[in-house]
Ligand binder design. Structure first.
Ligand code: MG
Ligand code: MG
Length: 264
């Protein structure tokens, strides 16, 4: 069942997403070689709580942290820990905030310096596919239009689209209906109407689409151990436009390596 949001609820979600964008920006300042991923998690939790929010992921079905931190071949749901980032890594930071009873959810994959060209291209194109999906997320379209836009864009480069994990409605619960797959057919799936709020989150692999769940019960990695990228926004559909509630602006302002839209 899809819960449509009132204007007041969307306002709460906007505020939630604002805290989330700033939390991401705080993490962005710390991303550099030698930082332990658990230090990123600690900063995110501290910032969210200081802002009056609650980290959505902490204790969600037993998840132990405020961030999902997924390095290189890890697709999503990696645990923060003792691992130290190093040059040549890519690292996906996925975070959620609950504020005034409403969640927001967004993710960004950073390259550290020294990431090879084909992996930078994977990141740029996964980023671009998120916006191709958002373009289709408008009242009157169907979820399949979003899915198709993402899939058709990235598959032209030979990338694998993860099937097992999908975008989702967001609201009082972190994961609500509808599911928003990153693959699908135009004109299929639930109709998109004003009041829907959902997360679009392409998870795109350099190699095979196949993934494996590690024995910790959470971590998802590519089965060929090639890198995987993940970008996510939470969007709200209005009659005449779709609003991106979350933001990557604080990230891109605060992260020292300006990797996007470089000349190729
Ligand atoms: Mg997320
Ligand atoms: Mg999500």
């Amino acid at each position: 069942m899809i819960h449509l949001k009132t204007a007041e609820e969307i306002q709460f979600m906007r505020e939630s997403a604002r805290i989330l964008a700033q939390a991401h920006g705080e993490v962005a300042r710390l991303i550099k070689p030698g930082i332990k991923t658990k230090e990123l998690d600690r900063r995110a939790e501290e910032f969210i709580r200081d802002s009056g929010g609650v980290p959505s992921f902490l204790n969600y079905n037993g998840f132990p942290s405020s961030l999902c931190i997924s390095v290189n071949e890890t697709v999503v749901h990696g645990f923060p820990g003792e691992y130290e980032l190093k040059d040549g890594d890519i690292v996906s930071i996925d975070c959620g905030v609950k504020y005034k009873g409403y969640h927001s959810d967004s993710a960004y994959t950073y390259p550290l310096e020294g990431v090879r060209e084909e992996v930078l291209n994977l990141l740029q194109r996964t980023y671009d596919s998120l916006y191709k999906g958002i373009e289709q997320a408008r009242a009157g379209n169907r979820i399949g239009d979003v899915s198709y836009a993402i899939q058709s864009y990235v598959e032209q480069f030979g990338y694998g689209v993860v099937r097992e994990l999908v975008g989702h409605g967001v609201g009082k619960s972190l994961h609500e209906d509808p599911e928003v797959p990153n693959y699908g057919k135009r004109g299929k799936g639930p109709k998109i109407v004003a009041g829907m709020v959902f997360a679009i989150e392409p998870m795109i692999n350099l190699g095979t689409q196949k993934v494996i769940q590690e024995r910790d019960g959470w971590t998802i990695r590519t089965s060929d151990r090639k890198p995987s990228a993940h970008f996510e926004h939470t969007v709200a559909v209005h009659e005449d436009r779709t609003e991106i509630l979350t933001s990557h602006e604080e990230i891109e302002k605060n992260y020292s390596y300006k990797w996007r839209n470089r000349s190729r």
